[in-house]
Design a binder for this molecule. Structure first.
Ligand code: NAD
Ligand code: UFG
Length: 344
């Protein structure tokens, strides 16, 4: 237990991963201050967090690109560290609107880092992605695998990683964690918070969940002719609460280290195919989930999963939740959410 609560600024904390990490931070004894412009989230999440932890996080509605606002936040609150989730994340949209992605994700990160430097707050945990590995040359993916980007979204992640590496090398005192997420799924087991995509989901799990509730007719399986055991794409799905706990471990590491740059994968080390995910969700929900195999989605890779040794060695952290738990928790959340939607 921490004697005096330290404040962590969580950008994008109303969103999917940020909200679960807020819960984990509060449970670890931190005070959380969220900055979010609500462009992809609903402020009702704050009350849902309070139902879980008994404490509503402080919230400022605003944009990470608003330098004046950032300066005010850093001068009004004693912020110890920043967890930086805020960003746009739809791969397809990033190809249609590259400038919006570079502005939000790269310019937004620059504004944030400049404000941090000015305020002498030099600890940052950044939401990166396995997308920075491009098309894997070898599996499992280790942190020293060459980086490349196949779309503007991935390029924004790669650019911000490089900016943070340059900043770290330029000046003493920075504590930087680059966390490369694999495929976060699932929800808090209370069913209070979870993934709530607007419109048609881009990602597999929320789409499957909406087929299970009957909101969508069938899953489209993007290709069954990959060089994988059943021909469909294989990914390393990780429970969002394991991911959230990985952030708490990364922050603890940053606080203890002599200012080392931390780069770690957050994954489970195990891959599941699209058909295995559909079967697991059928099992968890008790619903039949129809699907149809269609053409490959442009830009998709065949398979990827993480090497998890570095995260375990440096952080003592490993993902522990199983695929059935991920699907059960996602299903509980989806049912609550669709009940709320039809009720309101
Ligand atoms: P999300 O959209 O649910 O959450 C992002 C939050 O940031 C939202 O609440 C949004 O309103 C806010 N936001 C966006 N731009 C902002 C801005 N300019 N100023 C203030 N707030 C802003 O997404 P998520 O799934 O929780 O992802 C969080 C982070 O993790 C993102 O940076 C994403 O790129 C990264 N990531 C996500 C995944 C994934 O599969 N979900 C995988 C790898 C990396
Ligand atoms: N898929 C389908 N049908 C769908 C959606 C997806 O068959 O309706 C397949 C994809 O082809 C892929 C797998 O399900 O084989 C997973 O696809 P997702 O869209 O859920 O996830 P991705 O692996 O493509 O990408 C996600 C995030 C990225 C992040 C990456 C990190 O969307 O932002 O994980 O590994 F970079």
């Amino acid at each position: 237990m921490i004697a005096e609560k330290e404040t962590v600024l969580v950008t994008g904390g109303v969103g999917y991963i940020g909200s679960h990490t807020t819960v984990a931070l509060q449970e670890a004894g931190y005070r959380v201050l969220i900055l979010d412009n609500l462009c992809n989230s609903d402020v009702a999440v704050l009350k849902a967090i309070a139902k879980i932890t008994g404490e509503e996080p402080c919230f400022i509605e605003g944009d990470i690109r608003d330098r004046g606002l950032l300066d005010k936040i850093f001068s009004n609150y004693r912020i110890k560290a920043v967890m930086h989730f805020a960003g746009l994340k739809a791969v397809g949209e990033s190809a249609e609107q590259p400038l919006a992605y570079y502005d939000n994700n790269v310019n937004g990160s620059l504004q944030l880092l400049q404000a941090m430097q000015e305020a002498d707050v030099r600890t940052i945990v950044f939401s990166s992605s396995a997308t920075v590995y491009g098309d894997p040359q070898s599996l499992p993916l280790t942190e020293n695998h060459p980086r490349s980007a196949t779309n503007p979204y991935g390029n924004t992640k790669l650019m911000v990683e490089e900016i943070l590496e340059n900043l770290y090398a330029s000046e003493a005192g920075w504590r930087v964690a680059l966390l490369r997420y694999f495929n976060p799924i699932g929800a808090h087991r209370s069913g209070q918070i979870g993934e709530a995509p607007q419109g048609t989901p881009n990602n597999l799990l929320p789409y499957v969940a909406q087929v299970a509730t009957g909101r969508r007719a069938q899953v489209q399986v993007f290709g069954a002719d990959y060089d994988t055991p059943d021909g469909t794409g294989v990914r390393d799905y990780i429970h969002v609460l394991d991911l959230a706990q990985g952030h708490v471990a990364a922050l603890a590491y940053c606080k203890q280290s002599d200012g080392e740059l931390l780069t770690v994968n957050l994954g489970t080390g195990k891959g599941y195919s699209v058909l295995e995910i559909i079967a697991a969700f059928e099992q968890a929900s008790g619903k039949h989930i129809p699907y149809q195999v269609v053409a490959r989605r442009p830009g998709d890779i065949a398979e990827c999963w993480a090497d998890t040794e570095q995260a375990y060695r440096l952080l003592g952290w490993r993902a522990s939740r199983t695929l059935p738990e991920m699907c059960e928790d996602a299903w509980r959340w989806e049912q609550n959410r669709s009940g709320q939607a039809s009720g309101g």
